[in-house]
Design a protein around this ligand. Structure first.
Ligand code: AHQ
Length: 236
């Protein structure tokens, strides 16, 4: 039987998307310990080395979403995300991209570039979660791929937390190593502006809006399960 439950207006729909922030990995015990200074250098290195695989997968995920995008106007916006991570133009300095900035984070916490890029430290649960994200992006309609990136609604805060707490708790980490977090704050806000517009305009019936909430929950669970796996691999 058709469900004629009234769809939420855009403001209510956005509020319900944002209300899911309570499940964001900022609240995960490992992240709380990390930003409270309770992690050992080995646990910090474990987090950096495992999260590198997520960073490695993001541009591949974004290329998958883009390959499903028929509209050039959306591709012109979406391609920026890949350039942010892979770099562009002369690939030097600020043009080197997020994976280079994460490599500098790795070196600042004591992980050599070759070790980080070998992905040898990536534990099965992290690899599985990241691969699930890429596979989702490959097979889902592009609007669902865009919707899944909306966990970045909550990302500026987690980056700001690191920039405030890590220098206090981990003075042994060279400040320039935190440049990745600095760079993401404006980029996350830019990404969310496009992602939210697509999501609010595409998911129009109540059933579709519930689908969008379920997609966001899938991604929240994906981020959460990465920290579960990291926490288990690097116990307190
Ligand atoms: O550094 C992050 C990043 O580039 C992205 C892209 C976006 C996506 O497409 O799913 N999500 C995301 C996130 C990044 N950093 C995470 C963190 O905790 O540092 C947060 C994560 C997100 O909120 O989805």
């Amino acid at each position: 039987m058709a469900d004629h439950t009234l769809a939420w207006d855009h403001a209510e729909f956005e509020n319900r998307l944002r209300d899911k922030g309570t499940a964001y990995h900022i609240h995960h015990a490992f992240n709380v310990r990390l930003n409270s200074g309770e992690c050992s250098p080995e646990q910090v290195r474990g987090w950096v080395a495992n999260r590198f695989y997520y960073q490695w997968c993001i541009p591949i995920k974004d290329a998958a979403v883009m390959s499903n995008m028929p509209d050039r106007a959306h591709r012109r916006l979406w391609i920026q995300r890949m350039l942010d991570h892979d770099g562009h133009d002369d690939f030097q300095g600020a043009n080197a991209g997020g994976m280079e900035a994460w490599t500098r984070l790795g070196e600042a916490v004591g992980i050599a570039r070759d070790d980080l890029w070998s992905l040898k430290a990536v534990v099965p649960g992290v690899r599985f979660a990241c691969d699930a994200y890429v596979n989702f992006a490959r097979h889902a309609p592009w609007q669902e791929g865009v919707c899944s990136s909306l966990t970045e609604m909550f990302a500026p805060q987690i980056h700001k937390d690191r920039l405030v707490t890590w220098p206090v708790h981990y003075p042994w980490i060279e400040s320039s190593g935190l440049d990745y977090f600095r760079s993401r704050i404006p980029l996350a806000s830019r990404d969310v502006e496009h992602g939210l517009k697509v999501t609010l305009e595409h998911f129009t019936t109540r059933a579709q809006q519930q689908r969008a909430l379920d997609i966001l929950q899938f991604k929240l669970d994906l981020l959460w399960s990465m920290l579960d796996a990291i926490e288990k691999a690097y116990p307190a």
